[in-house]
Structure formats: C-alpha cells, structure tokens
Design a protein around this ligand. Structure first.
Ligand code: NAD
Length: 295
C-alpha cells in the first residue's frame, strides 16, 4: 500500500519504520530533512510538502507535536487536503485536543475525505516494538479501513466512537493517571514519614482497595518495583513535560465542556511546578519528590 507518513520524530520515525518492514511504500514528509532522508534510505520516497506526500497515497498518517502543526499540515495551501484524492482515508496519531481534529475532519469532509484520530499510548519503546495502543475515533467504515495498517504498528487497536473520541479516551486516561500517581506518591510519603516499611505499605496497598497501576506496576517510591523509573533515578519512562501537555489538553477540553476537573487542575499545577524546577524531562513519577523534605 502507498502510505503518506508526515511527522518523523521520536514516535513517527519508528512507526514509519514498522510500516516499511511490513512492506508498504511510504511517501515521507517532515520539516527535518535528515529525518526524511534516514527513512527514505530504507525504501520510502522523500516528498516536498504534505500535499506532495498525499498525492497518489492510499492512506495518510500524521504524527506531529501539537494541534497547530496538525492544522497547518492538513489545511495550509500545500497541506494534505490540497493533494489527497477524494475517498482516501487520513488519520492523525498526534495527541491534540478533540475539537481541533473535529474541525479538520469537517473541512476534509467537504471534499469527500475522511479524517479520523488515533492517538497512541506506549511511548517510544512501544513505537519501536510495534506494540502501541491506538485509540481510534472515526466511523466504523473508516476504522475497518485503517485497522490492518494500525495493527502493523500496535497491539491494541480500540475503536472509541466518532472522530475526536480517540483524543477524549487518551486525555481522560492520562488525567486519571496523573491523579493516581500523585495519590500514590502522597500515600507512600506519608507512610514513610509515619514509620512503616515502604515495601510492607506497598504490599498492603497492592492487595487492598488502594491498588492501581501507579501503585502496582509503576510505584514512584524507589525500591518497590524493579522495572519502574523510580528504580533508575526517574530516567526513561514518560516525561513530566509530556504529562503536563496532556493535562493542559484535558483541562482545556473540560473548560470548553463546562465540566469541572478539580483534581486534574491541581495535578496540572503540580506538574507545572515540577517543570519550572527544570525537572520536566524526568519521568512523571518523580512527582513523589514534591512530598520529600530537602534535608
Ligand atoms: P517529536 O517532536 O519527536 O516529533 C515531531 C516531528 O514532527 C518532528 O520530527 C518535527 O520536525 C515534525 N514536524 C513539526 N511540524 C511539522 C510540520 N509542520 N510539517 C512536518 N513535520 C513537522 O514528537 P513525538 O515525541 O514524536 O510526539 C508526536 C506526538 O505523539 C505528540 O503529539 C505527542 O504528544 C504524542 N505522543 C508522544 C509520546 C512519546 O513518548 N514521545 C507518547 C505518546 C504520544
């Protein structure tokens, strides 16, 4: 299949590599010409613009930093919509706000092009291993069209509903993850201050009603989970700044819906303070240090 792949950064490049491995022919575009050249050397073709990449493609995939980039790549004079043929499906895998992708999909629909959203979880390790989770928003027919290609980059392909609902699923999950990580941090730090062995405390939580992914698989307290970033100085994993970006999207989407996100807003401020301290590149579970005295 001829696929346009636009946005070849930390996530896009390994995803595109998996499509090349699966035998697809890629039309590649990124502002970073080196990123394009690297993948073109593996069998794809470099394109001059998003419109050029979309021309003759049977599917268009984008993986870009934020909504402004996605709008520009689809809607600019030389954007995807200027090159894509009517009837060709397109899919944005970036993490952006639900309304932006709905706006872009409405513009595309006017020329017979169906745009869906498919944000991912699994990080760069999942992108390289081809084990990402895709949360897909779009019609059932669009989902059936794109599913086989997504299955070559991921393991878990979930149809969430109409366009935008992939983003909704992603933002709600990450909102909860941020809150649960802060909750586990607070409980572990309190237990430690009150004198219980933190291994014993984690064991009790994980076999009791406080158990969650943040306590069980990714406990922020060092020495509890060998494979968690806490065991390696909070390196690797999911950067606090990426969590801060997702919390910003969630709180903004909540504002638009007049829906209170009280704990989410608090979580956003805690991660913002962490970022201000210059710790945005550390794993987000380092938020536990907000509860520790410096002495
Ligand atoms: P990145 O910054 O590494 O890559 C983005 C790429 O897009 C860059 O190569 C950049 O040159 C290119 N780009 C920017 N503007 C462009 C334009 N107008 N035209 C063409 N190319 C353009 O970002 P990433 O880490 O690959 O993340 C991509 C998306 O995936 C983001 O929305 C992010 O929130 C989401 N995400 C990232 C992770 C992660 O662990 N990195 C995990 C899940 C989701």
């Amino acid at each position: 299949m001829k696929i346009a792949f636009i946005g070849l950064g930390n996530m896009g490049a390994p995803m595109a590599r998996n499509l090349l491995k699966a035998g697809h022919y890629l039309h590649l575009y990124d502002l970073d010409r080196d990123a394009v050249a690297e993948l073109a050397a593996l069998g794809g073709q470099a394109s001059d613009s998003p419109a050029h990449a979309a021309q003759g493609s049977e599917l268009v995939i984008t993986m870009l930093p934020a909504a402004a980039h996605v709008r520009s790549v689809f809607l600019d004079t030389n954007g995807v919509l200027a090159g894509i043929a009517a009837g060709t499906p397109a899919l944005d895998c970036s993490t952006i706000d639900p309304q932006s992708i709905r706006d872009i999909a409405a513009c595309a629909a006017a020329q017979g092009v169906v745009v869906g959203d498919a944000p991912v979880s699994g990080g760069t390790a999942g992108a390289s291993a081809g084990t990402l989770t895709f949360m897909v928003g779009g019609s059932a027919a669009h989902f059936q069209q794109v599913r086989p290609v997504l299955a070559q980059m991921g393991r878990n392909i979930v149809h969430c509903g109409e366009v935008g609902t992939g983003q909704v699923a992603k933002l709600c999950n990450n909102l909860l993850l941020a809150i649960s990580m802060i909750g586990v941090s607070e409980a572990m730090a309190l237990g430690n201050a009150l004198g219980i062995d933190t291994q014993v405390l984690a064991g009790v939580i994980n076999s009791s009603t406080g158990c969650c992914w943040s306590s069980q698989s990714y406990n922020p307290w060092p020495g509890i989970v060998e494979t968690a970033p806490a065991a390696r100085g909070y390196t690797g994993g999911f950067a606090a700044d990426l969590m801060l970006k997702d919390l910003g999207l969630a709180t903004e989407a909540a504002r638009q819906a007049h829906q209170p996100v009280i704990l989410g807003a608090l979580a956003q401020q805690l991660f913002q303070a962490m970022s201000q301290r210059g710790e945005g590149k550390r794993d987000f579970s380092a938020i536990v240090e907000s509860y520790l005295s410096k002495s």
